[in-house]
Design a protein around this ligand. Structure first.
Ligand code: G6P
Length: 607
């Protein structure tokens, strides 16, 4: 979702901003723009479309300034067009603003400003911010921004520059991510770390309602009361290469190929002397006595990981688990008490619905444990306990390696809770831990065998509608497999529990309909074979995904993708990868933009 980059230093600002924005393209956008101090003027260039369109518009202008702000917009208020693109300028043209988030009270503020003679030219909520800063401006830009954000309701990350302050700019945030990059003789703001990583690895992570005042050799941060805040510098440990394609054609393929490594990174530091040791989770056996229910709350792919989590936590820890979509959970007045543990799952750690679900849970007294990928993100900071998935930066919009690590983290949590509960015997626990350590090499085999999937995709990419069916953990996997396909190939797809299809949806199965069946659960194999027979009797073409040992599946399905023989309970980690590869190859065959699918955003920071 929208990306912000700001720069002040001795370099030409335009290339720094545009290169930074390119690193944020993964977030999703439909227009872009920059505002630059050019000699003594404030020049704004912006347009609909990709950053290449902006570059074409900017180059002839020879903008030589060394201070500026840039933006990629993912439309919320008003269609993607040149006028609605950011930056937005104030009435006099002296102040330019970029914004990520939604100003919820913008209508009220707009009416107020219109009464004061401010004219609006865009349909956006952001334009009120530009005018409001001008309304409050009395020569002190920091104060004007502070007075402005005191009146804003909703979420924002803001970058603000003013014609009368050519050697400085101001930024602020609430409920939308913003970091400050600290260079030597230069400083930056950005929505996310990759935007500034080629310049510096030292950053400040801003908290809600903090205002930052940037000069080229000074950064000062203030809270909403105007008091200066001293912060620790966060040193980014991963390098530029982690956020680059490194020879792969797409980030998505690179990230799938990283799955064995990141699973290893997620498991290894948490197993000591054959036992799970989750140093970051402070829940004691005594705490668990007071927990009678667990909620898992998340969005999108992370939610699908949560559905797997429900099965495995109930299986091992014997505590009832409810899995909820964050956007529903936060508005349904959930029955949360201090006897509940809420597990929040999020790759980015910034998804707004998930963040608000976390806050709602804490407000109601629950303890919050989060499974997060991005270190220092809002969800990580606000949780009682955090278990990081060491997936590294995930750039492709469609989540792949992050999902596998979320599953891995959920196994660790389930076993940890089970040991603390005394609900698992030592022998079973040791066996599962040993098998978990085999997952990376099993995944290496899955990734080495992708030719059959690629061939199958090349024969079926014209499909109009594809069904995924599975039972138990395979039903949870089907949801994720189906989502992956929809996201990047735009083929209609639905996921169904194997036993549920016949209660309506089987009416859609006809000659040639493609049905994908993950079949990794030993105790449900016979049932799934019956379900395959039902769809095949109606003309379906079936691709099954199962462990090598399950020879009987070959007789039932048209094509079988074999995965190594891992225990049924752990199979989701390896069985999802063929489905991710299937979605990838289908999208490639259709000529889709795999890494940046239409209408989607990586980090959804608006409701
Ligand atoms: C967006 C992304 C999905 C992701 C979901 C939740 O919709 O496109 O890939 O699963 O947000 O994101 P999170 O960062 O909270 O895991």
């Amino acid at each position: 979702m929208c990306g912000i980059v700001g720069y002040i230093g001795d370099k030409m600002a335009v290339p720094v901003l545009i290169n930074g924005l390119k690193k944020l393209e993964y977030r999703g956008y439909d227009s872009s723009g920059v505002a630059i101090f050019n000699n003594s003027d404030l020049d704004v260039v912006k347009c609909k479309g990709r950053l290449s369109a902006l570059e074409e518009k900017v180059i002839p202008k020879s903008l030589n300034g060394m201070v500026g702000i840039g933006h990629t917009r993912w439309a919320t208020h008003g269609e993607p067009n040149d006028i609605n693109s950011h930056p937005h300028i104030s009435k006099s043209g002296n102040i330019a603003v970029v914004h990520n988030g939604i100003i919820e009270n913008y209508m009220k503020l707009k009416e107020f400003l219109q009464e004061k003679g401010f004219k609006f030219i865009s349909e956006t909520d952001t334009e009120v911010v530009a005018h409001l800063v001008e309304y409050h401006y009395r020569g002190d830009l920091v104060k004007a921004v502070k007075d402005t954000i005191e009146e804003l309701e909703g979420s924002y990350a803001l970058g603000v520059i003013c014609k009368f302050h050519p050697d400085e700019f101001v930024a602020a945030r609430k409920d939308s991510p913003l970091i400050v990059g600290l260079g030597k003789g230069e400083n930056f703001i950005a929505s996310d770390i990759p935007a500034i990583l080629e310049h510096t690895r030292d950053v400040y992570i801003l908290e809600d309602k903090e205002i930052v005042h940037l000069k080229k050799d000074e950064v000062k941060i203030f809270n909403i009361l105007g008091a200066e805040v001293k912060k620790d510098v966060f040193h980014v440990s991963w390098d530029v290469a982690s956020a680059e394609k490194s020879g792969y054609e797409h980030f998505m393929m690179k990230e799938m190929c990283e799955e064995p490594k990141v699973i290893r990174d997620t498991i290894n530091p948490r197993i000591k002397d054959g036992k799970i040791v989750l140093d970051d989770i402070k829940i004691t056996p005594g705490d668990l006595e007071n927990i009678d229910k667990i909620f898992i709350v998340a969005c999108g792919t992370a939610y699908h990981a949560g559905v797997v989590g429900k099965y495995i936590i109930e299986k091992f820890a014997k505590i009832p688990v409810e899995t909820d979509l964050a956007s529903e959970f936060r508005y349904r007045n959930p029955l949360i008490t201090d006897r509940n543990l809420v597990i929040i799952i999020s790759q980015s750690g910034e998804t707004i619905d998930t963040l608000f679900a976390l806050r709602e849970s804490k407000k109601r007294g629950a303890r919050v444990l989060s499974i997060v990928n991005v270190v220092g993100s809002s969800i990580a900071r606000e949780s009682d306990d955090v278990l990081y998935t060491w997936a590294g930066p995930e750039i492709a919009v469609a989540s792949t390696k992050a999902y596998n690590t979320q599953l891995t983290a959920l196994y660790l949590v389930a076993l940890d809770l089970a040991c603390k509960q005394g609900s698992i015997d030592e022998e079973t626990c040791t066996r599962i831990i040993d098998e978990m350590r085999e997952l990376p090499s099993a995944l290496e085999k899955v990734l080495a065998d992708k030719a059959d999937i690629q061939k199958f995709a090349s024969e079926h990419y014209n499909a109009k509608s594809i069904f995924f069916i599975g039972r138990g953990l395979d039903y949870a996997l089907s949801m994720e497999g189906s989502l992956k396909l929809k996201e990047i190939s735009y083929i209609h797809s639905e996921a169904y529990a194997g036993g549920e299809l016949k209660h309506g949806t089987i009416a859609l199965i006809e000659k040639g309909t493609l049905v994908i069946c993950p079949m990794t659960q030993d105790y449900l194999l016979e049932k799934m074979i019956s379900n395959i027979k039902e769809v095949k009797a109606r003309g379906a073409v079936v691709m099954a995904i199962t462990q090598e040992k399950n020879k009987e599946v070959e007789k039932a399905a048209d094509i079988v993708i074999k995965i190594p023989d891992v225990d049924s309970v752990l199979a989701p980690v390896t069985a999802i990868t063929p489905m991710q590869l299937f979605a990838y190859y289908m999208a490639i065959e259709k000529g889709c933009d795999v890494d940046k699918p239409r209408n989607l955003a990586k980090s959804v920071t608006v409701e």
